[in-house]
Design a protein around this ligand. Structure first.
Ligand code: ZN
Ligand code: ZN
Ligand code: ZN
Ligand code: ZN
Length: 317
Protein backbone atom coordinates (compact mmCIF):
# COMPACT_ATOMS: atom_id res chain seq x y z
CA UNK A 1 0.00 0.00 0.00
CA UNK A 2 1.08 3.61 -0.48
CA UNK A 3 0.81 4.17 3.27
CA UNK A 4 3.91 2.13 4.06
CA UNK A 5 5.93 3.93 1.36
CA UNK A 6 4.99 7.34 2.71
CA UNK A 7 5.81 6.20 6.24
CA UNK A 8 9.47 5.59 5.49
CA UNK A 9 9.86 8.98 3.81
CA UNK A 10 7.90 10.96 6.35
CA UNK A 11 9.51 9.34 9.37
CA UNK A 12 13.09 9.50 8.13
CA UNK A 13 15.38 6.66 9.14
CA UNK A 14 14.95 5.58 12.77
CA UNK A 15 17.78 3.91 14.64
CA UNK A 16 17.24 0.54 12.98
CA UNK A 17 20.03 -2.05 13.04
CA UNK A 18 18.44 -4.18 10.29
CA UNK A 19 19.53 -2.01 7.37
CA UNK A 20 23.17 -2.01 8.46
CA UNK A 21 23.80 -5.79 8.20
CA UNK A 22 25.11 -6.14 4.64
CA UNK A 23 27.32 -3.09 4.25
CA UNK A 24 30.74 -3.08 2.48
CA UNK A 25 33.90 -3.22 4.73
CA UNK A 26 34.88 0.33 3.71
CA UNK A 27 31.84 1.65 5.50
CA UNK A 28 32.56 -0.41 8.64
CA UNK A 29 34.78 2.21 10.28
CA UNK A 30 32.13 4.84 9.78
CA UNK A 31 29.60 2.45 11.29
CA UNK A 32 31.77 1.91 14.38
CA UNK A 33 32.14 5.62 14.96
CA UNK A 34 28.39 6.10 14.60
CA UNK A 35 27.70 3.30 17.09
CA UNK A 36 30.13 4.94 19.54
CA UNK A 37 28.43 8.31 19.12
CA UNK A 38 25.10 6.56 19.57
CA UNK A 39 26.31 5.18 22.90
CA UNK A 40 27.24 8.71 24.00
CA UNK A 41 23.83 9.86 22.80
CA UNK A 42 21.98 7.21 24.83
CA UNK A 43 24.03 8.11 27.91
CA UNK A 44 23.16 11.77 27.39
CA UNK A 45 19.50 10.81 26.90
CA UNK A 46 19.56 8.81 30.15
CA UNK A 47 21.14 11.74 32.02
CA UNK A 48 18.64 14.21 30.53
CA UNK A 49 15.83 11.81 31.44
CA UNK A 50 17.04 11.84 35.04
CA UNK A 51 17.12 15.64 35.09
CA UNK A 52 13.82 16.32 33.34
CA UNK A 53 11.73 13.68 35.12
CA UNK A 54 8.84 14.49 37.46
CA UNK A 55 10.01 14.88 41.09
CA UNK A 56 7.02 12.85 42.33
CA UNK A 57 6.60 9.84 39.99
CA UNK A 58 10.14 9.99 38.49
CA UNK A 59 8.66 9.44 35.00
CA UNK A 60 9.23 11.69 32.01
CA UNK A 61 6.14 13.94 31.70
CA UNK A 62 3.82 13.22 28.74
CA UNK A 63 2.03 16.58 28.72
CA UNK A 64 2.29 19.83 30.70
CA UNK A 65 5.09 20.29 33.22
CA UNK A 66 4.62 22.47 36.32
CA UNK A 67 7.21 23.81 38.72
CA UNK A 68 7.17 25.22 42.25
CA UNK A 69 8.62 28.67 42.95
CA UNK A 70 12.00 26.96 43.56
CA UNK A 71 11.93 25.19 40.17
CA UNK A 72 11.12 21.58 41.18
CA UNK A 73 9.36 19.84 38.30
CA UNK A 74 6.04 18.00 38.51
CA UNK A 75 4.09 16.31 35.72
CA UNK A 76 0.48 17.46 35.22
CA UNK A 77 -0.93 14.26 36.75
CA UNK A 78 1.17 14.44 39.93
CA UNK A 79 0.55 18.18 40.28
CA UNK A 80 -3.23 17.70 40.16
CA UNK A 81 -2.88 14.76 42.55
CA UNK A 82 -0.94 16.88 45.08
CA UNK A 83 -3.60 19.63 44.92
CA UNK A 84 -6.40 17.06 45.32
CA UNK A 85 -4.62 15.36 48.25
CA UNK A 86 -4.28 18.69 50.04
CA UNK A 87 -7.95 19.41 49.37
CA UNK A 88 -8.97 16.03 50.83
CA UNK A 89 -6.97 16.68 54.01
CA UNK A 90 -8.11 20.32 54.16
CA UNK A 91 -4.50 21.51 54.11
CA UNK A 92 -2.44 23.71 51.79
CA UNK A 93 -0.60 21.84 49.04
CA UNK A 94 3.21 21.87 49.20
CA UNK A 95 6.05 20.89 46.90
CA UNK A 96 7.28 17.40 47.92
CA UNK A 97 10.90 18.55 47.52
CA UNK A 98 11.09 21.89 49.30
CA UNK A 99 7.69 22.19 51.09
CA UNK A 100 6.97 25.59 49.54
CA UNK A 101 3.26 26.19 48.97
CA UNK A 102 1.92 25.25 45.52
CA UNK A 103 -1.40 26.05 43.86
CA UNK A 104 -2.77 26.70 40.36
CA UNK A 105 -1.67 30.35 40.65
CA UNK A 106 1.62 29.84 42.55
CA UNK A 107 3.05 27.11 40.31
CA UNK A 108 4.05 27.86 36.72
CA UNK A 109 4.36 25.84 33.50
CA UNK A 110 7.87 25.08 32.24
CA UNK A 111 7.67 25.14 28.42
CA UNK A 112 11.42 24.60 27.93
CA UNK A 113 11.25 21.29 29.81
CA UNK A 114 8.08 20.28 27.95
CA UNK A 115 9.81 20.86 24.59
CA UNK A 116 13.04 19.16 25.69
CA UNK A 117 11.11 16.07 26.86
CA UNK A 118 9.17 15.92 23.58
CA UNK A 119 12.50 15.64 21.71
CA UNK A 120 13.79 12.74 23.83
CA UNK A 121 13.34 9.33 22.19
CA UNK A 122 10.90 6.68 23.40
CA UNK A 123 10.19 3.10 22.31
CA UNK A 124 7.27 2.33 20.01
CA UNK A 125 4.99 -0.09 21.89
CA UNK A 126 4.51 -2.23 18.77
CA UNK A 127 7.87 -2.42 16.94
CA UNK A 128 10.16 -1.36 19.82
CA UNK A 129 12.11 1.18 17.73
CA UNK A 130 13.02 4.59 19.10
CA UNK A 131 11.23 7.76 17.97
CA UNK A 132 11.12 11.32 19.35
CA UNK A 133 8.22 11.57 21.79
CA UNK A 134 6.50 14.29 19.73
CA UNK A 135 6.16 12.01 16.69
CA UNK A 136 5.72 8.69 18.51
CA UNK A 137 1.92 8.88 18.78
CA UNK A 138 1.56 9.54 15.03
CA UNK A 139 3.96 6.68 14.26
CA UNK A 140 2.01 4.29 16.50
CA UNK A 141 -1.42 5.20 15.10
CA UNK A 142 -0.62 5.73 11.40
CA UNK A 143 2.77 4.42 10.30
CA UNK A 144 4.04 1.51 12.42
CA UNK A 145 4.01 -1.73 10.40
CA UNK A 146 3.61 -3.75 13.62
CA UNK A 147 0.57 -1.85 14.94
CA UNK A 148 -2.49 -4.00 15.59
CA UNK A 149 -5.30 -3.60 13.05
CA UNK A 150 -8.61 -5.27 12.21
CA UNK A 151 -9.46 -6.82 8.83
CA UNK A 152 -11.36 -4.29 6.68
CA UNK A 153 -14.26 -6.79 6.54
CA UNK A 154 -14.58 -6.60 10.34
CA UNK A 155 -17.90 -4.77 9.86
CA UNK A 156 -19.14 -7.84 7.99
CA UNK A 157 -18.14 -10.11 10.86
CA UNK A 158 -14.51 -11.11 10.13
CA UNK A 159 -12.73 -11.60 13.47
CA UNK A 160 -9.14 -11.38 12.15
CA UNK A 161 -6.74 -8.89 13.71
CA UNK A 162 -2.97 -8.70 13.54
CA UNK A 163 0.04 -6.58 12.57
CA UNK A 164 -0.46 -4.03 9.77
CA UNK A 165 2.07 -5.76 7.44
CA UNK A 166 -0.02 -8.97 7.43
CA UNK A 167 -3.30 -7.19 6.80
CA UNK A 168 -3.25 -7.11 2.98
CA UNK A 169 -2.23 -10.78 2.64
CA UNK A 170 -5.12 -11.75 4.96
CA UNK A 171 -7.61 -9.54 3.12
CA UNK A 172 -6.67 -11.13 -0.22
CA UNK A 173 -7.82 -14.51 1.07
CA UNK A 174 -10.49 -13.33 3.53
CA UNK A 175 -13.70 -15.39 3.11
CA UNK A 176 -15.99 -12.78 4.66
CA UNK A 177 -16.89 -10.77 1.49
CA UNK A 178 -17.99 -13.97 -0.32
CA UNK A 179 -20.48 -14.88 2.46
CA UNK A 180 -24.18 -14.57 1.65
CA UNK A 181 -26.46 -11.97 3.18
CA UNK A 182 -28.11 -14.62 5.37
CA UNK A 183 -24.72 -15.60 6.81
CA UNK A 184 -23.67 -12.07 7.80
CA UNK A 185 -27.16 -10.99 8.94
CA UNK A 186 -26.77 -12.10 12.61
CA UNK A 187 -23.55 -10.09 12.91
CA UNK A 188 -25.18 -7.00 11.38
CA UNK A 189 -28.10 -7.40 13.83
CA UNK A 190 -25.73 -7.48 16.83
CA UNK A 191 -24.01 -4.33 15.57
CA UNK A 192 -27.34 -2.63 15.11
CA UNK A 193 -28.34 -3.48 18.67
CA UNK A 194 -25.10 -2.00 20.03
CA UNK A 195 -25.64 1.17 17.96
CA UNK A 196 -29.23 1.50 19.16
CA UNK A 197 -28.09 1.19 22.77
CA UNK A 198 -25.70 4.11 22.30
CA UNK A 199 -28.36 6.12 20.51
CA UNK A 200 -30.81 5.65 23.40
CA UNK A 201 -28.21 7.03 25.86
CA UNK A 202 -27.82 10.17 23.71
CA UNK A 203 -31.60 10.47 23.36
CA UNK A 204 -32.11 10.36 27.12
CA UNK A 205 -29.41 13.02 27.65
CA UNK A 206 -31.05 15.27 25.03
CA UNK A 207 -34.51 14.79 26.53
CA UNK A 208 -33.21 15.72 30.01
CA UNK A 209 -31.43 18.80 28.62
CA UNK A 210 -34.53 19.96 26.72
CA UNK A 211 -36.82 19.77 29.79
CA UNK A 212 -38.70 22.97 30.48
CA UNK A 213 -37.88 22.98 34.18
CA UNK A 214 -34.14 22.95 34.31
CA UNK A 215 -31.64 25.09 36.22
CA UNK A 216 -27.88 25.32 36.15
CA UNK A 217 -25.81 26.12 39.22
CA UNK A 218 -22.09 26.45 39.71
CA UNK A 219 -21.34 24.53 42.88
CA UNK A 220 -18.22 24.03 44.92
CA UNK A 221 -17.83 21.11 47.28
CA UNK A 222 -16.05 22.22 50.44
CA UNK A 223 -14.45 19.79 52.92
CA UNK A 224 -15.89 19.46 56.46
CA UNK A 225 -15.22 17.10 59.34
CA UNK A 226 -17.86 15.36 61.44
CA UNK A 227 -17.69 15.99 65.21
CA UNK A 228 -17.46 12.28 66.02
CA UNK A 229 -14.59 10.83 68.07
CA UNK A 230 -12.85 9.72 64.85
CA UNK A 231 -13.35 12.57 62.40
CA UNK A 232 -14.84 11.72 59.06
CA UNK A 233 -14.42 13.95 56.07
CA UNK A 234 -17.38 14.94 53.98
CA UNK A 235 -17.99 17.56 51.35
CA UNK A 236 -20.90 19.94 51.12
CA UNK A 237 -22.02 22.69 48.80
CA UNK A 238 -23.63 25.88 50.04
CA UNK A 239 -27.45 25.97 49.80
CA UNK A 240 -28.82 26.74 46.39
CA UNK A 241 -32.32 27.28 45.06
CA UNK A 242 -33.71 25.25 42.19
CA UNK A 243 -37.31 24.48 41.18
CA UNK A 244 -38.66 26.44 44.19
CA UNK A 245 -36.76 24.33 46.71
CA UNK A 246 -33.54 24.79 48.59
CA UNK A 247 -30.95 22.10 47.99
CA UNK A 248 -27.63 20.95 49.38
CA UNK A 249 -25.34 18.37 47.82
CA UNK A 250 -23.33 16.22 50.19
CA UNK A 251 -20.53 13.97 49.03
CA UNK A 252 -18.41 11.30 50.68
CA UNK A 253 -15.08 10.08 49.42
CA UNK A 254 -14.50 6.30 49.06
CA UNK A 255 -17.52 5.48 51.30
CA UNK A 256 -16.06 7.33 54.30
CA UNK A 257 -12.67 5.64 54.13
CA UNK A 258 -10.44 7.06 56.86
CA UNK A 259 -7.39 8.04 54.80
CA UNK A 260 -8.58 8.43 51.21
CA UNK A 261 -5.40 10.30 50.24
CA UNK A 262 -3.40 7.07 50.71
CA UNK A 263 -5.08 5.34 47.78
CA UNK A 264 -5.06 6.10 44.08
CA UNK A 265 -8.62 4.86 43.52
CA UNK A 266 -11.06 7.56 44.52
CA UNK A 267 -14.78 7.88 43.99
CA UNK A 268 -17.39 10.28 45.31
CA UNK A 269 -20.87 9.28 46.43
CA UNK A 270 -23.37 12.10 46.17
CA UNK A 271 -26.52 12.77 48.08
CA UNK A 272 -28.99 15.54 47.29
CA UNK A 273 -30.93 16.94 50.26
CA UNK A 274 -33.65 19.48 49.92
CA UNK A 275 -33.42 22.03 52.71
CA UNK A 276 -37.13 21.90 53.69
CA UNK A 277 -37.14 18.16 54.41
CA UNK A 278 -33.99 18.60 56.43
CA UNK A 279 -35.62 21.17 58.74
CA UNK A 280 -38.70 18.97 59.27
CA UNK A 281 -36.37 16.06 59.98
CA UNK A 282 -34.44 18.13 62.53
CA UNK A 283 -37.66 19.21 64.28
CA UNK A 284 -38.78 15.60 64.45
CA UNK A 285 -35.44 14.53 65.94
CA UNK A 286 -35.69 17.32 68.57
CA UNK A 287 -39.25 16.20 69.40
CA UNK A 288 -38.08 12.59 69.90
CA UNK A 289 -35.24 13.83 72.14
CA UNK A 290 -37.72 15.85 74.21
CA UNK A 291 -40.09 12.85 74.62
CA UNK A 292 -37.15 10.68 75.59
CA UNK A 293 -35.99 13.16 78.23
CA UNK A 294 -39.56 13.71 79.44
CA UNK A 295 -39.93 9.97 80.05
CA UNK A 296 -36.65 9.95 81.97
CA UNK A 297 -37.60 12.98 84.10
CA UNK A 298 -41.10 11.67 84.80
CA UNK A 299 -39.66 8.42 86.21
CA UNK A 300 -37.35 10.44 88.47
CA UNK A 301 -40.24 12.61 89.55
CA UNK A 302 -42.41 9.53 90.38
CA UNK A 303 -39.59 8.01 92.47
CA UNK A 304 -39.19 11.30 94.30
CA UNK A 305 -42.94 11.32 95.05
CA UNK A 306 -42.75 7.70 96.31
CA UNK A 307 -39.89 8.57 98.69
CA UNK A 308 -41.83 11.54 100.09
CA UNK A 309 -44.93 9.33 100.52
CA UNK A 310 -42.89 6.68 102.38
CA UNK A 311 -41.34 9.35 104.63
CA UNK A 312 -44.76 10.78 105.32
CA UNK A 313 -46.14 7.31 106.26
CA UNK A 314 -43.12 6.58 108.50
CA UNK A 315 -43.42 9.95 110.26
CA UNK A 316 -47.16 9.60 110.84
CA UNK A 317 -46.61 6.33 112.79
ZN1 ZN B 1 4.64 12.73 37.99
ZN1 ZN C 1 9.98 22.79 45.36
ZN1 ZN D 1 6.50 1.13 15.63
ZN1 ZN E 1 -10.91 -10.83 7.14
Amino acid sequence: MSESASSSTAEGSPTSEKHCEDLSPSKKIKLETTSASREVETKLEARLGGILCCAVCLDLPHSSVFQCSNGHLMCAGCFTHLLADARIRDETATCPNCRVEISRSLATRNLAVEKAVSELPADCQFCGQKYPRNSLERHETDFCEERVVWCQYHVLGCGWWGPQHEKSSHENQCQQPSHTGAQILPHLRRQNEANNEQKSIFKSIFSVLSLEKITFNDLQLKPYRTDEFIHKLFYETSRFTALNYQWVIKAHLNDNQRDPHLTNKRYLTYQVDDGFDNEVENLFIMFLWFINKLFYFSILFLMFLLVILLLFILLSF
